[in-house]
Write a protein that binds this ligand. Structure first.
Ligand SMILES: C[S@@+](CC[C@H](N)C(=O)[O-])C[C@H]1O[C@@H](n2cnc3c(N)ncnc32)[C@H](O)[C@@H]1O
Length: 328
């Protein structure tokens, strides 16, 4: 299914800031209780949040989190109506800290959570944010520009061995040692153009574009601790979502999707299938989607970013009696 609604709006909820991918599939799979409280852990341009608010009854509520001030400012303006009505609360923070953020708000349990991972089109397209090799700008790449080490500091500080590890782990870059040595040689690097030039000079002919994409991705993941944040929320989510509620995650590369798949299929980060003596899976989750939902050609055509999107959904099941019988 594509992201069209009944009246055929493929890009409904899109803004100049970001176009939400697979929004119709997200809503159909995520909303199980129209008067429930939902968390959008990755507010971005607020497209999915807006779609959620429209799908819920008036009593339904959304708490939307982002660590980027631009996203919060955009939603503050775009979604002023639901904020004034008390249906939407914006929170600055890391979704990995959702247990604490929700506790601070007095929220004990939620009906569902959405994570649309990675960066928004706005972050990519704003040269000053330093996420893209297509524009020249300061090599920043922080989602939260108020704290932490930026990409320039990281690339100038790391020992070559650590740089190799970052490029191969987070970018799955096959020529990580060659590229890392080239970056060390090109130091100090302070702009996206300088970084791109150093990568292009070291990449094999014909491989420049792919190498650029992999290295920029690797540094962005490292700067923002993206996989650590994902691992933390995957572990915490069963304690937040009530039985019958759902977790929907859109990932954009295999490092994310692998983690999400393991947890949703087996209930643990190792991906180990554990069953009780009756053969029942020991897990807080029931895998709803089995295979990831992907964008169709029509959506990809109007929103090329949706090409790599993989949506997976799991439902929280009652696991209070699990483990009472012996594990086999
Ligand atoms: C792909 S965009 C989300 C787009 C959004 N679904 C929409 O409809 O516009 C990802 C957003 O999540 C934010 N983000 C990524 N990781 C985060 C984290 N660990 N905690 C909070 N926000 C995060 C980014 O700053 C970015 O604004």
């Amino acid at each position: 299914m594509n992201a069209r609604d009944e009246s055929g709006h493929l890009l409904k909820h899109a803004s100049g800031y970001h176009a939400p991918v697979l929004w119709n599939d997200v809503i159909q799979h995520l909303v199980t209780d129209p008067v429930g409280t939902y968390v959008d852990g990755t507010l971005g341009g607020g497209g999915h949040t807006e779609a959620l608010l429209q799908a819920l009854a008036r009593e339904g509520r959304v708490i939307a989190i982002d660590r980027d001030d631009d996203a919060l400012a955009e939603a503050d303006h775009r979604l002023a109506g639901p904020i004034d009505e008390g249906r939407l609360t914006l929170v600055k923070g890391n979704f990995a800290d959702a247990p604490r953020l929700l506790r601070d708000m007095g929220v004990e349990s939620i009906s569902g959570m959405l994570l649309d991972l990675g960066v928004s089109s706005h972050q990519f397209d704003a040269a000053a944010r330093g996420f893209s090799h297509r524009f020249d700008g300061p090599l920043d790449m922080r989602m939260d520009t108020t704290q932490g080490e930026d990409a320039a500091d990281l690339v100038n500080r790391l020992e070559v061995g650590d740089l190799i590890r970052v490029l191969s782990r987070y970018g799955e870059e096959p020529k990580a040692p060659r590229i890392a040595h080239a970056l060390v040689k090109a130091r100090p690097i302070s702009t996206t153009r300088e970084l791109a030039d150093a990568i292009e000079a070291a990449a094999f002919r014909g491989q420049e574009k792919k190498t650029l994409a992999r290295v920029f991705q690797a540094l962005r993941i490292a700067v923002n601790d993206e996989l650590e944040a994902l691992d933390r929320i995957l572990e915490a989510a069963p304690g937040l979502i009530g039985v019958g509620g759902r977790l929907a995650i859109i990932s954009y590369h295999s490092l994310e999707d692998r983690r999400v798949k393991r947890i949703m299929r087996t209930g643990n980060a190792q991906g180990t299938v554990r069953r009780d003596v009756y053969g029942n899976l020991l897990s807080p989750w029931k895998d709803v989607t089995r295979k990831p939902i992907v964008a169709d050609e029509e959506e990809i055509e109007v929103n090329p970013r949706s090409r790599s999107a993989r949506l997976r959904v799991a439902e929280r099941v009652d696991d209070s009696n699990q483990g009472a019988s012996q594990t086999i």
